[in-house]
Design a protein around this ligand. Sequence first.
Ligand SMILES: O=P(O)(O)OC[C@H]1O[C@H](OP(=O)(O)OP(=O)(O)O)[C@H](O)[C@@H]1O
Ligand SMILES: Nc1nc2[nH]cnc2c(=O)[nH]1
Length: 179
Amino acid sequence: MHNDIESIVLTKEQIEAACERLGKEITADYEGKLPLCVGILKGSILFMADLIKHIDTHVEMEFMDVSSYHGGTESTGEVKILKDLDVSVEGRDIIIIEDILETGTTLNAIVDLLKYRKANSIEIVTLLDKPMRRKVDIEAKYVGEKIPDDFVVGYGLDYQEKYRNLPYIGLLKEEVYTK
Ligand SMILES: O=P(O)(O)OC[C@H]1O[C@H](OP(=O)(O)OP(=O)(O)O)[C@H](O)[C@@H]1O
Ligand SMILES: Nc1nc2[nH]cnc2c(=O)[nH]1
């Protein structure tokens, strides 16, 4: 698996440092509240697990599975809810946890839905942000790292469902796409 990686974009140590920094910011902003952390499956699970260990105030966890990428590396622009939340968000302070913000299509659809369901506040934390790819006007309040316009894998992010278990974020060798 590691043989398929061309180069590393974010090391394990850089990811850990980002989780620590973001956890501290979130702790300071949500002290005394009970935010509902909504992890967007599947990509966010590794980041969510590491991030919340650095949040030093009470939080609740829920998950949604939303998909706009179907097997390839380009967004289809169509957002499908594959698994909805099991709890009401009415009056809640929501922190959406994502692995990557790219076109913004996915998060825009989720934010619209949570607003419609009367969440009290909605903020986004994303490990990676690709601002160059944005198609929708949406920003994350908490960003781990801004990265250039390259398709990345690892630490939750897949290519055709593989590479999610890499402990770092990297670029795939060109030959992997033509296999
Ligand atoms: O800003 P956007 O262009 O919408 O892209 C970001 C979305 O794409 C990825 O999800 P994907 O649909 O690949 O699902 P996965 O997390 O299950 O791999 C990622 O986890 C984000 O949810
Ligand atoms: N694996 C992966 N999924 C994405 N979804 C949106 N951008 C990306 C990316 O760069 N890599």
